[in-house]
Design a protein around this ligand. Structure first.
Ligand code: GTP
Ligand code: MG
Length: 206
């Protein structure tokens, strides 16, 4: 799929204030600093559409970006960022969970995982929550440029093992990406294109 237009629409911390238009949307979630905002820039061919930073905790709101006037990419704050105070953290979590539990336009979430690290409890817990809440999601392994191809394969194999050990019957659909090297872009965009076609055809709400 070719991205012709990508525009920032709105940032907010209330699901009720998210765009009212009924268009399919895809949300990016994962630990702080995993590369959610960078991936959105990579997918849309922009340098600064979504704000990025070397320091965790950059994205603090729900950010809607309208793509090709036809669907949304949604950049979310990260979870697991220890430096945010407990109170702020619970507010974050509340509006993130509100988003996932009430946003009817959400057709698929992408859970981002840094390819360099072993499965972390917080990610496994978050994916279990998504499974229990019946929210469709895929995994996107990020920062693939940081390790060798051999390591990428062994890290994914280890990840699968850990998911099975945590009672997952099958590995969710997954992608391997690098925002700096622009890899994995066609795969993610083709997937979104397929899902868009399916929901436009089969879901009368869209
Ligand atoms: P929060 O908004 O704080 O939750 O972070 P985020 O998940 O949006 O991460 P962000 O895109 O801001 O990137 C965090 C840091 O990782 C930045 O310094 C990026 O340049 C770097 N980064 C992101 N993706 C990649 C990648 O694919 N490869 C490399 N080498 N660095 C990356
Ligand atoms: Mg961000």
């Amino acid at each position: 799929m070719k991205i012709n237009t990508a525009e920032f629409i709105i940032s907010n911390s209330e699901v009720a204030k998210c765009p009212a238009e009924f268009l399919p949307e895809y949300a990016f979630i994962g630990r702080s600093n995993v590369g959610k905002s960078s991936l959105i820039n990579m997918l849309t061919n922009h340098k600064n559409l979504a704000k990025t930073s070397g320091r965790p905790g950059k994205t603090q709101l729900i950010n809607h970006f309208k793509i090709n006037n036809n669907w949304f990419l949604v950049d979310l704050p990260g979870y697991g960022y220890a430096k945010v105070s407990k109170k702020t953290k619970s507010v974050f979590q509340q509006f993130i969970t509100d988003y996932f539990e009430t946003r009817e336009q959400l057709v698929c979430a992408f859970v981002l995982i840094d390819i360099r690290h072993e499965a972390q409890n917080i990610d496994i817990e978050f994916m279990s929550y998504m499974g229990e809440s019946e929210i469709p999601f895929c995994i996107i392994f990020t920062k693939a440029d940081k390790i060798s191809k051999t390591k990428i394969d062994s890290h994914i194999a280890a990840y699968k093992k850990q998911m099975f050990a945590n009672n997952w019957e099958e590995m969710p659909h997954y992608f391997v990406t690098s925002a700096t090297e622009q890899t994995g872009k066609d795969e993610v965009l083709s997937y979104i294109d397929e899902v868009n076609q399916e929901v436009f055809k089969n879901n009368s709400q869209f």
